[in-house]
Write a protein that binds this ligand. Structure first.
Ligand SMILES: NC(=O)c1ccc[n+]([C@@H]2O[C@H](COP(=O)([O-])OP(=O)(O)OC[C@H]3O[C@@H](n4cnc5c(N)ncnc54)[C@H](O)[C@@H]3O)[C@@H](O)[C@H]2O)c1
Ligand SMILES: O=C(O)C(=O)C[C@]1(C(=O)O)C=C[C@@H](O)C=C1
Length: 309
């Protein structure tokens, strides 16, 4: 049997993403030892029960000692504090990575705490669900999904390559781009759709009581899909909007202008504008499907409703 890709892998934060990484790495035999840390004692106890880690130390600093690769899987706003805690314990040559949904702000928070003898290689697996916590993770989450690696300016190419190989090993398709470009792209493809979902479900909840209960009773199709997205973790998404502020505001400005144009077409009975717009958007959906990017993601974890934090 050949040696695993990574000797010792440390994961800080054992929620949906951290626990999925641990499960995927173990299932594929990518690491000799998987060490998992979480600041929450209840989560640590649950990780021990679920058995997807070889070691579950009390602190993050203990977890990273001797680790070859460290993946920080905490809400974006906590990444600086975690980097400060573990930075001094990183061994020479260690790769420090993360999975945050925002990249420029994570680099800004983490970079000052990375010692010269370690390598910072941020990444973002573009795969998830509306569920949180260690019960919600599963080994196949990253299969055939993108993982965007966003190397810093002076990144060590060998470290970037090693982390990319680890994500490929978990089944992901790896793409590389700058942290700033990542944030602009994800603002429109992920962050704005979540904001729209949070907003539309909030609007429905603010209707008069009888109307709201009818919305819930008759919800199907479109609205139901929005409620899935709007059930996503409040801490995670608060941080995404606070830390990708500029890119989200840029995309929100464009979105608002386009919405106003549709509103105007409805007001003036301009069916041609509506028809042309909907025809253009239908083509985008079709090209996504043709590229094989449509997956069963919306149904992942349905059985885990009870596990939702
Ligand atoms: N949920 C998704 O769909 C998704 C997808 C891709 C990337 N991400 C990113 O992954 C990261 C984690 O998201 P998640 O969905 O796994 O969240 P989660 O809430 O399921 O898990 C986060 C875990 O981090 C722990 N934690 C928080 N602060 C900590 C600290 N200072 N030290 C140690 N542990 C700490 C929490 O106790 C929790 O167990 C976020 O940055 C998010 O942006 C999420
Ligand atoms: O499918 C979902 O539930 C998701 O929202 C996953 C999703 C996304 O927007 O695609 C959410 C945030 C992450 O940073 C990456 C993936």
């Amino acid at each position: 049997m050949s040696a695993p890709l990574v000797g010792r892998l440390a994961i800080i934060g054992a929620g949906l993403i951290g626990s999925s990484v641990a499960r995927a790495v173990r299932e594929k035999g990518l690491a000799g030892t998987v060490v998992v840390a979480d600041r929450d004692a209840g989560v640590r106890a649950r990780v021990r029960e679920l058995g997807f880690a070889d070691e579950v130390p009390e602190t993050a600093a203990e977890a990273v000692a001797d680790a070859d690769i460290v993946i920080v899987c905490v809400p974006v706003g906590a990444s600086g504090a975690v980097a400060a805690e573990i930075g001094p314990a990183l061994k020479p040559g260690a790769i420090l990575s993360d999975v945050g949904s925002v990249k420029a702000a994570v680099v800004e928070q983490m970079a000052p705490h990375v010692p010269a003898h370690a390598h910072l290689v941020p990444a973002h697996p573009v795969a998830g669900t509306e569920f949180s916590g260690p019960d919600a993770g599963f080994a196949s989450l990253f299969e055939n999904r993108w993982c965007i690696v966003t190397p810093v300016a002076d990144a060590d190419p060998a470290a970037v390559e090693r982390l990319s190989v680890l994500w490929s090993g978990m089944g992901a398709n790896v793409e590389t781009m700058s942290p700033q470009h990542h944030d602009l792209v994800l603002a429109i493809t992920s962050h704005l759709p979540h904001l729209i979902a949070y907003n539309i479900v909030g609007t429905a909840a603010d209707l008069e009581q009888t109307l709201t209960s009818e919305v819930i009773k008759f919800s199907a199709g479109g609205f139901r899909d929005f409620t899935r997205i709007a059930a996503s973790d409040p801490t995670m998404w608060r941080d995404v909007f606070l830390y990708n502020r500029e890119a989200v505001l840029e995309m929100l400005g464009r979105f608002t202008e386009d919405l106003t144009a549709l509103q105007r077409a409805i007001r003036y009975g301009d069916g041609q504008t509506l028809f042309d717009h909907f025809t253009r958007t239908r083509a985008i959906r079709r090209s996504i499907i043709e590229q094989g990017q449509e997956t069963a993601a919306p149904d992942f974890g349905r059985h885990l409703v009870a596990a939702k934090k």
